[in-house]
Design a protein around this ligand. Structure first.
Ligand code: NDP
Ligand code: GDR
Length: 324
């Protein structure tokens, strides 16, 4: 789909994994791209450094209603992508209230800012497969009931429903993408896939001896972040605002990820991996597998990178980075 005139996009969470891929994608499509960046004492722009000269960044915070309202009024975007959140599930038990402020109420703050704006931009909310939590149905689809298992998951359920609510109450073009886990070489080091790929590279290069993990039997539907940002954009180009599940339709255990990653560098994982109970969660999400049929049919969306390709890509990138 070509963009006929220059569209203006605002991305919250620009400095995160998805924000960086989405910004690249929208620049490629000819958008003028703006991003919200929260103040920090040290610069935190490593994922967007290579495109920074083509972006406009604005200081703002999900916690600050007036800064978001001013931002939307001054930029007058045609599309708003809300990717900002406290996104690490483990941390959500340590700081449940801060997680709720950012990941739940933050969504409502942006929706309020949009509701009173002149432009009425289209709105994308980053919903999550963590909302499904305890297995209610396999595979999980748009109608599967939610049963979140963490303060993060519960906050995302609020964000999801408040988006539906504003769509139905105020006739807004507001949609949620229920995205299953998506990873990349830009994934934060605390998430299991990147923790594994980085450790494998370091072990191969003799910089690390062991890899400590938690639950190896948890199963996730893992895709590549670069493929998933395209789905976000497609959702905002539809005639009718609709929520979609975005997933690969395959599930793999953490152990399978470990095995493939170590295989890639010809090492036996069992010699290096140990289970440390400190990485187990108070409540676990055992099995996630999404049904992307609706996205395939209505958006024409397909993932391009498969599971072995994703593991390979991440290990190769970490080998390169760690060798420097
Ligand atoms: P990241 O953790 O990589 O990025 C989160 C972003 O949110 C960062 O830019 C961060 O800024 C920003 N942020 C956090 N708190 C605030 C705040 N108070 N004000 C302004 N910005 C803030 O997440 P991902 O890119 O992986 O995920 C993007 C979104 O998609 C998140 O909402 C996540 O919950 C959701 N999601 C992710 C999935 C995945 O598998 N990756 C799957 C499903 C949903 P800073 O750099 O300053 O920390
Ligand atoms: P998740 O991702 O919680 O699914 O949330 P994460 O990579 O943190 O965990 C995936 C699974 O791996 C198990 N695990 C470990 N996890 C971490 N982080 N560290 C370990 O050492 C470890 N050992 C085993 C976990 O128990 C879990 O079962 C991600 C985030 O991006 C969310 O923001 C997003 O909404 C969901 O994906 C979909």
């Amino acid at each position: 789909m070509a963009v006929s005139q220059k569209k203006i996009a605002l991305i919250t969470g620009l400095t995160g994994q998805d924000g960086s891929y989405l910004a690249e994608f929208l620049l490629e499509k000819g958008y003028q791209v703006h991003g919200m960046i929260r103040r920090s004492s040290t610069p935190n722009l490593s994922r967007i450094e290579h495109i920074l000269d083509r972006l406009t960044v604005h200081p703002s915070d999900l916690l600050d209603q007036s800064s978001m309202a001013n931002l939307i009024e001054s930029i007058q975007p045609s599309e708003v992508y809300n990717l900002a959140a406290q996104s690490f599930v483990t941390a959500s038990w340590d700081m449940p209230l801060a997680t709720a402020e950012m990941t739940a109420v933050g969504v409502n703050r942006i929706l309020e800012a949009i509701r009173y704006s002149r432009q009425s931009p289209r709105f994308y909310q980053a919903s999550s497969s963590e909302m499904f939590g305890k297995v209610q149905e396999i595979p999980q689809r748009e109608e599967t009931p939610f049963y979140p298992r963490s303060p993060y998951g519960a906050s995302k359920v609020f964000g999801h429903w408040i988006t539906v609510n504003y769509r139905e109450s105020f006739n807004m073009f507001a949609v949620s993408g229920i995205l299953f886990n998506h990873e990349s070489p830009r994934r934060g080091l605390e998430f299991v896939t990147r923790k594994i790929s980085n450790a494998v590279a370091r072990i191969k290069l003799g910089k690390q001896q062991k890899l400590s993990l938690g639950n190896l039997q948890a199963k996730r539907d893992w895709g590549f972040a670069g493929d998933y940002v395209q789905a976000m954009w497609l959702m905002l180009q539809q005639d009718v605002p609709t929520d979609f599940v975005i997933a690969t339709g395959e599930t793999h255990s953490v152990q399978e990820f470990v095995e493939l990653a170590f295989d890639h560098v010809n090492l036996d994982w069992q010699k290096y991996v140990e289970v440390d109970p400190k990485y187990l969660r108070p409540a676990e999400v055992d099995l996630l597998i999404g049904d992307p049929s609706l996205a395939r049919k209505k958006l024409g969306w397909e993932r391009k990178v498969d599971f072995p390709g994703l593991v390979r890509m991440m290990v190769e990138a970490d080998l390169k980075a760690e060798a420097k």
